[in-house]
Design a protein around this ligand. Structure first.
Ligand SMILES: [Zn+2]
Length: 356
């Protein structure tokens, strides 16, 4: 059984930011398009699908995750109905309520899997969360949905050890910050990477007790499916198996697709099926299939609903047709640059993990 977390209130929180600003891409239309498409294709009615209505996190529990100042400032800017919460993150009248619902929906997605009510789940929520740190919010995010879910479940003693794999096109610096010294949550991020002048490089490996538990797989701009998969296979299954988590949570961004207006990678939609299939197998090998997908980025309104469907259909072991694989992408070979970094990373990780 696959749980799909949704709620009509995710179609609120509209900052009305003027196009073509970066901030204008994270809109209610994203989930409106996904929900409408899934309804039209009767995905919610398929055998093996359990639609689950998201519930907001309680306010007092939110104060246990983020800095009280951050929570209060989101709350007060939401009352005003506008204002900059952080860099590239804006408030609306519904921002606080919808952000609480996104955190609560992510917690529920994990809880349902941990309880065994569903085998896997997909939290179709917004706004995204992976750039939000303890006391700051930025990059279209408000609260950190994935980190908040893991911290809440750990606090309630429902979870000891989790792997968080971030497949959004951007480095999830917020999640990394939350768990940088914490060996109970391994954070692996695969992301576009311009050069060494930015966060998300291979030498950021965690600190103190968390050393070896923060893994960055930086990918050159224009990376294609083939290079992406090779990079994934050379790192992720090895550390995941040795770390042996009780749950795998995927910060799933679809801004890695070539037609995304924000992302700089060049993946096609068949990659989402391949990677979902491999993650399902990995979760079955390690943690009885306990796998949770949480929506992060993905801003191509025509593509996003199909990418979400691909993940769901793959989890159901259904075959899917891909319409974008024939698109004539310029063959730029990013293999050398990507694999040079991946091999260096394997060398660094060999100090902590026997499988390298
Ligand atoms: Zn992103």
């Amino acid at each position: 059984m696959i749980g799909i977390i949704h709620h009509p209130d995710f179609l609120k929180h509209d900052t009305n930011f003027p196009r073509p600003h970066f901030e204008s891409f994270e809109t209610p239309e994203r989930l409106a398009a996904v929900y409408t498409y899934l309804q039209q294709k009767e995905i919610f009615d398929l055998p093996g699908i359990e639609p689950i209505l998201a519930k907001p996190i309680k306010e007092k529990d939110l104060y246990k995750i983020h800095a009280p100042y951050l929570v209060d400032s989101v709350k007060s800017l939401s009352k005003i109905g506008e204002g900059e919460i952080g860099a590239h993150s804006y408030a609306s009248r519904d921002a606080f309520d919808v952000a609480k619902l996104a955190v609560g929906g992510t917690i529920l997605a994990c809880e349902e899997v941990l309880k065994g009510n569903v085998t896997q789940s997909f939290a179709l929520i917004r706004p995204p969360g992976h750039h939000a740190g303890y006391s700051k919010t930025e990059g279209l995010c408000i609260f950190n949905n994935c980190a908040a879910a893991l911290l809440t479940l750990k606090r309630k003693k429902k979870l000891d050890r989790a792997l968080c794999l971030d497949l959004d096109s951007h480095h999830g610096d917020g999640i990394a910050e939350f768990f940088y010294s914490d060996p109970s949550v391994m954070y692996i991020s695969m992301h576009e990477y311009f050069n060494e002048s930015e966060k998300g490089g291979i030498f950021e490996i965690g600190f103190g007790e968390g050393e070896g538990y923060n893994v960055n797989i930086p990918l050159p701009f224009l990376t294609l499916n083939r290079t992406y998969l090779k990079s994934f296979q050379k790192i992720v299954p090895h550390v995941a198996k040795e770390f042996n988590p009780e749950l795998i949570i995927i910060a799933m961004g679809f801004d890695t697709h070539y037609a995304d207006p924000i992302g700089n990678l060049r993946l096609t939609s068949s990659l989402y099926a391949t990677i979902t299939h491999q993650l399902k197998k990995l979760a079955e090998d390690i943690c009885e299939g306990k796998l949770v997908f949480v929506l992060e980025g993905g801003y191509n309104l025509l593509g996003l609903p199909k990418f979400v469907e691909i993940v769901i259909q793959t989890l159901l072991d259904h075959k899917i047709e891909f319409s974008d694989d024939e698109f004539p992408l310029e063959e730029i070979n990013t293999d050398n640059e990507a694999l040079k970094r991946v091999n260096m990373l394997r060398g660094i990780l060999s100090k902590y993990w026997k499988r390298f």
